[in-house]
Each structure stands twice: as structure tokens, then as C-alpha cells.
Design a protein around this ligand. Structure first.
Ligand code: AMP
Length: 411
């Protein structure tokens, strides 16, 4: 298994990855980071929710650090919308938290003050610019952008930019950039017009394709918003007296939960077994094969073993916790509703997991129905978007040389 240490990022970058709570790279990161780190051009077919932002920001940051020159603009990310520009800048601020790298999101609208702030930052050679095409062109035509130092250009959501009619703007922007640069293009789809654009602006790009299966049509997906202490009564309620469900699979994040849930379900009279990393491989295989042969009704499994469970035709999947990897969700939900049958996938979301669940909804491209809790279980938490710890920070300049020398960290 590949983990972040394998990419040999600068310790300060690794520190920020840890601070963001990323424990293992996503498939798009595993495939693209090595290519980008070799300074190659790249076209990647990847949707929002796959971790593509970190896939290009981390190696681009590494390149800035390796060169050790923090003067001037090094990375330009062109995006279709203001929201995406802000979101990427928040990621950037998170990843560069321990570094002397400055960044700004540049987009249209806003007041005179915003415009002045953007002009000043760009003229001063802010290290990283994340911009929408229109506003960037205004800044280029007023000669604010100093692009001679540019190392990397990223076109994010390239298909959407073309759909929005930004083709000419992109060509104009690229005309103002140095020819010696690395160009990366991320796009959710790969229509011929994207390939044509790539041929025009890139240098023998490598291609990476991360296609994600969407959950099958027949799966009924639902979610409950719960406080942690409501999970156990809710699961008992859902599983009580359901002989028609022959195979039920429950996933939980921790071994401890898996063990206690298994115990609790057994004491309630359900036929069930647990699978987790404490079991030896032969024991795991026996449990899986018994489950496949419908010798018991409920299998409780940890996330760790979830990918290894290759059993289809499950009647009900319950995510006792929100899977931290959005693709795991798709994979699990896909265990139900094979071959014209219908299946049900239910997820318990506590207030801390709302954001992760929104990533999942973004990845699958639809909102999952939130089912009200049965009255006797009480009120659950609200579905409120939790804010990133890095959100709302204003544009900041890089740390001064002095503080850098002293190794001080920003607050
Ligand atoms: P993106 O596809 O870049 O919009 O990312 C989707 C979400 O996944 C964002 O909230 C990221 O913070 C999160 N994310 C990106 N990479 C990882 C990772 N390796 N582990 C956990 N979460 C991640």
C-alpha cells in the first residue's frame, strides 16, 4: 500500500498533510503525484470528490520548496468558478500552513477593495494564484501579472471551463505565460475538444484516468443524522424482526465498535459474526465464506477489511460510521442491488461526519435522502455544513525572512 511518506514530501508539507487529517492518498493522488513530481505534463480525468486538488497542489508546492526561491508567481491554477477558486485557496492555505508560500484567490465581482487587494498581491508576485479566467485576463491586460517565474499551470475542471465558453480566454492566458512550464489539466470528462486543447497547450502529456463506478440504479440510499449514543438503539430498531433480509453487512470504523456491536446483536438474538484485523487470515476466510453461504444473517466488519469483502447480493448495507474515503462508500453500496434486485444502503452520520458525507454526495453527484429518526430515538443533530479549520482566513503574505529563519510557525 502506498502512503504519503512514499512521495517524500518536504517535512513541512507532510506536517500539513497530517494536520489536515489525511492518512492515506486517494487513488487519483497515487496515480498523479508521481507523474507530476517528475515534472511531466499531465491530463487527468478525475471528478470532484476524488482528492484531485491535493493531487496537484502538493507536488506543485514541493517544487516551489525544492527550488527554494520564494520570489514571484510559481503556480497558476485556472478554474471555472469563484467558489472553486476560494475552495482551492483554502486547501492551499492548509497545505502551506507551515511554509513561507503566499497565495490568493482571484475572481470577478466583489468590491473595489477586493480588486485593489488582488492587484496588489499579483503585482507583488504572490507565489500561488488561483483564478477565474475573466478576472485573470483583466489583470494580465493591465500588466499586473509577472509570469516570468511561473513553474506550473493547472487547468482545473477543464471540461466545465470549455462548456462555459472560456476556450478563447484560456488560449489568451496561456499566450501570456512562459513556454517553459509544466502544464496539468484536470477534467471530469474527456470529450474530443479537451484532447484538442491538450494537444495545443501541452508537451507530450501523460494521461491518467480514474473512472469511478456510480452506485447501481437499484440501490435505495438513505442516511440518518444521529448523535453517537443514538446509533445503537437505531440499529437494533432497523434490524429487529427482519427475516426477509438474508444478508446484512454493517461497516464500522473501529475494531472496538465492531466487537461490541456484534456482541449486542447476538444478545438480541440475531445470527451474526464479526470480521476485523484481530482475526487471522484463515478465520477471516471462514467467516466470509459462511456469510456468502448465508449461514448467518449479519456480518459486522471494520473499514480495514471492507475492500477485501467481495460478496454481492447483499440486501442491506449499513455504514455505522461515514466512510472516510468517499470511494469506499461507492464500493460498499455497490455490494447491494446486483442483477435486477434492489438493495438498500443506509448511513449513520454524526455531526462531525457531515462534511465527509457531503464529499460522498459530491462524488456520487446526488444528495442522499435524510430519513427522520423514529420518534422514540429522539432528535438527531442538524445537517449543517461544517467549516474547514482553514476557512475564512484572509489573503496572507508569506512569512518574513526573519520569522522563516527562526523557524516560527504561523498561528
Ligand atoms: P477534491 O476532489 O479535491 O475536491 O477533494 C475532496 C475532499 O477530499 C476534500 O474535502 C479534501 O479535503 C478531501 N481529501 C483529499 N485528499 C484526501 C486524502 N488523501 N484523505 C482524506 N481526505 C482527502
Amino acid at each position: 500500500m502506498i502512503n504519503f511518506n512514499d512521495f517524500n514530501f518536504h517535512p513541512s508539507i507532510q506536517e500539513s498533510i497530517d494536520a489536515m487529517g489525511f492518512t492515506k492518498p486517494t487513488p487519483v493522488q497515487i496515480k498523479t503525484i508521481p507523474v507530476i513530481s517528475e515534472n511531466k505534463d499531465l491530463i487527468a480525468c478525475a471528478q470532484t470528490g476524488t482528492g484531485k486538488t491535493a493531487a496537484f497542489l502538493l507536488p506543485a508546492l514541493q517544487k516551489i520548496l525544492v527550488n527554494g526561491d520564494f520570489n514571484g508567481t510559481k503556480l497558476l491554477v485556472v478554474v471555472p468558478t469563484r467558489e472553486l477558486a476560494i475552495q482551492i485557496d483554502q486547501h492551499m492555505q492548509g497545505f502551506s500552513y507551515f511554509l513561507p508560500v503566499s497565495s490568493i484567490a482571484v475572481y470577478g465581482g466583489g468590491d473595489g477593495e477586493t480588486w485593489d487587494q488582488q492587484k496588489t498581491a499579483i503585482a507583488a508576485g504572490v507565489n500561488v494564484i488561483i483564478a477565474t479566467p475573466g478576472r485573470l485576463i483583466s489583470l494580465i491586460s493591465l500588466n499586473y501579472l509577472k509570469s516570468e517565474t511561473l513553474q506550473t499551470l493547472v487547468l482545473d475542471e477543464a471540461d466545465r471551463m470549455l462548456d462555459m465558453g472560456f476556450y478563447d480566454d484560456i488560449i489568451k492566458i496561456i499566450g501570456a505565460l512562459p513556454k517553459e512550464r509544466q502544464t496539468l489539466m484536470f477534467s471530469a470528462t474527456m470529450p474530443p475538444k479537451i484532447r484538442l486543447l491538450a494537444r495545443k497547450i501541452m508537451n507530450s502529456p501523460e494521461e491518467v484516468n480514474i473512472s469511478i463506478a456510480k452506485p447501481a440504479e437499484g440501490v435505495l440510499q438513505g442516511a440518518y443524522l444521529v448523535h453517537d449514543d443514538q446509533k445503537s438503539p437505531l440499529i437494533m430498531d432497523l434490524l429487529h424482526d427482519k427475516p426477509e433480509l438474508k444478508s446484512i453487512l454493517i461497516f464500522s470504523a473501529t475494531k472496538k465498535n465492531v466487537k461490541s456491536l456484534n456482541k449486542q446483536l447476538k444478545s438480541d438474538g440475531l445470527s451474526c459474526a464479526a470480521i476485523h484485523s484481530d482475526l487471522e487470515q484463515p478465520e477471516r476466510l471462514t467467516v466470509l465464506s459462511d456469510f456468502k453461504n448465508k449461514k448467518f444473517q449479519v456480518l459486522v466488519a471494520t473499514d480495514i477489511v471492507s475492500r477485501g469483502i467481495d460478496i454481492d447480493n447483499i440486501d442491506l448495507v449499513i455504514n455505522y460510521d461515514v466512510p472516510s474515503d468517499a470511494e469506499d462508500y461507492v464500493h460498499r453500496v455497490g455490494r447491494t442491488a446486483r442483477a435486477e434486485s434492489t438493495g438498500v444502503a443506509l448511513t449513520f452520520i454524526n455531526s462531525k461526519e457531515v462534511r465527509s458525507f457531503q464529499n460522498i454526495e459530491q462524488l456520487i453527484g446526488s444528495e442522499v435522502h435524510k430519513i427522520p429518526l423514529p420518534r422514540h430515538i429522539g432528535e438527531g443533530p442538524q445537517y449543517v455544513i461544517s467549516k474547514s479549520r482553514y476557512e475564512g482566513k484572509p489573503f496572507r503574505k508569506g512569512r518574513s525572512k526573519d520569522s522563516r529563519r527562526q523557524g516560527k510557525k504561523r498561528n
